[in-house]
Design a protein around this ligand. Structure first.
Ligand SMILES: NC(=O)c1ccc[n+]([C@@H]2O[C@H](COP(=O)([O-])OP(=O)(O)OC[C@H]3O[C@@H](n4cnc5c(N)ncnc54)[C@H](O)[C@@H]3O)[C@@H](O)[C@H]2O)c1
Length: 431
């Protein structure tokens, strides 16, 4: 235990990151920049090759940063799990999606842990970072590592530490987002906290892995339910002829006890639409129905349909049936100023419009093409498409769009993000 502690404090510990995606790569970069030797392990050879060639594939990490760390031999990547043998710490940052049935898909964690277990030796610190249900670290990961009589808290250390990275956020990134960490034993928590303190600004130890797992699910469930609330409010306001955006802005002037959330075309990304269902799945086993989660999930799932109804209604007003109309979508990423389309509601809106017989094009400065059911759709230039379309719909309000120029050219705009905040125009239909 002392040997590992000393290596961590001296920054001579060899740090391993398993899964080099939106979470793993920024974490690897932070530890490499703090002076550790970092080995990234991923099953995708293309990512490993790009990193070793000094290239970043994550928008928030500049290629120049990766290139310098590779050159200085602070960072290396591999697909070979035997590298685990020589590592002192291992952070697991693999995907945790949902199955079609909305049950947790633990296959990535299981397969990463199986590989780690093959090369596992005493004296290591393992930290699970993938978002998951409370109990995963103790019930699933621990038995896979505690084979051959190794004792957790003595022979090795195991923690859960939720990742809170917010891609595209210029103010808060891996280094300055407080890091919660909870270990299987007090010694594990202490080792995990010591590790993160070497590279990150603020570490928050908690008493157990389950508390750390649950804290992450509370954060994301809080967002999902509040977004569900304002999405329902948007549908109510629409029925009553009230501007929901004005209502939220007015309520947000209350200096205490209120936090604004905004409606939109539906939830997207790898976290908010997914993580709460990890919690509802687990609580079902304890005989508790997570009713807020189910309800918010239902309401948020209705939003792409509501947007399509809005588009249909706006076109009807102009005596144009949606069938045969040209709808141009602005933004397909799941949120502004990023390139990630996972679970993006834009994809649902496009598919629904196509089903109704509309011709759909899109522009997105970050996303050159998207995969839709059986075919690929390529982005088209904003300038020409906006003028040609019968209706332009703002799904993702990227800062790069020239909203004035778009307004000048468009015949009709359905704005699902309040991108035209405060502008009075007969052409604009708000969510
Ligand atoms: N993206 C975010 O903003 C964010 C924020 C907070 C938490 N999280 C959570 O962090 C975890 C990782 O998310 P992400 O967005 O980085 O995913 P990602 O898909 O961007 O990256 C995951 C990486 O893991 C690799 N991988 C898959 N199976 C592997 C295995 N068995 N061994 C080694 N590598 C493997 C993949 O090839 C991929 O490169 C998820 O649990 C997610 O919910 C994500």
């Amino acid at each position: 235990m002392n040997a590992l502690r000393e290596k961590i404090a001296a920054h001579t510990a060899r740090v391993g990151i398993v899964g080099l995606g939106y979470v793993g790569l920024p974490l690897a970069v932070e530890f490499a920049q703090a002076g550790f030797h970092v080995v990234g392990i991923d099953v995708q050879a293309s990512k490993v090759d790009r990193l070793n060639a000094g290239e970043s594939y994550i928008q928030d990490i500049p290629t120049s940063v990766v290139a310098a760390l590779i050159r200085e031999k602070k960072l290396e990547a591999t697909t070979d799990f035997s590298a685990i043998r020589d590592l002192d710490t291992i952070d697991i940052c693999v995907p945790t999606p949902l199955r079609k049935t909305k049950d947790p898909d633990m296959s990535y964690i299981v397969s990463a842990c199986e590989e780690i277990a093959k090369y596992f030796t005493p004296g290591k610190l393992v930290i699970l970072e993938s978002t998951t249900y409370p109990g995963t670290t103790d019930e699933l990961v621990l038995p896979m590592l505690a084979k051959n009589g190794l004792k957790v808290g003595e022979d090795f250390f195991l923690c859960f530490s939720p990742e809170r990275v917010d891609p595209g956020n210029p103010k808060y990134q891996t280094k300055n987002i407080p890091k919660v960490v909870g270990g299987v034993t007090a010694a594990c928590t202490e080792m995990g906290a010591l590790f993160y303190q070497q590279a990150l600004e603020h570490v928050v130890p908690v008493s157990s892995t389950s508390a750390a797992e649950m804290a992450k699910l509370l954060e994301n469930t809080f967002r999902m339910i509040n977004i569900g609330l304002v999405n329902e409010l948007a549908m109510m306001c629409d029925r009553m002829g009230i501007n929901v955006w004005e209502v939220i802005d007015a309520a947000a002037t209350k200096p205490f006890g209120f936090m604004p959330f905004y409606p939109g075309p539906g939830l997207g990304g790898h976290c908010i639409p997914i993580d709460p269902f990890y919690l509802s799945w687990k609580t079902k086993q304890a005989g508790i129905e997570a009713r807020f989660i189910e309800l918010a999930g239902y309401i948020n799932g209705q939003m792409p349909h509501f947007v399509v109804d809005k588009i249909q209604g706006a076109l009807n007003e102009q005596a144009k049936p949606v069938k045969g109309s040209h709808v141009h979508v602005l933004g397909v990423a799941y949120k502004r100023n990023i390139d990630d389309v996972r679970e993006s509601p834009a994809l649902d809106v496009i598919l629904l419009l196509r089903k109704l017989g509309a011709k759909v094009t899109y522009s997105d400065p970050f996303v050159p093409s998207i995969r839709l059911d059986a075919d690929n759709l390529t982005a088209s230039p904003v300038d020409s498409s906006v003028g040609e379309a019968d209706c332009v719909v703002v799904i993702t309000d990227h800062a790069d769009f020239d909203y004035d120029a778009i307004h000048a050219k468009a015949k009709l705009i359905v704005d699902t993000r309040n991108a035209y905040r405060g502008r009075k125009s007969d052409k604009i239909v708000l969510l």
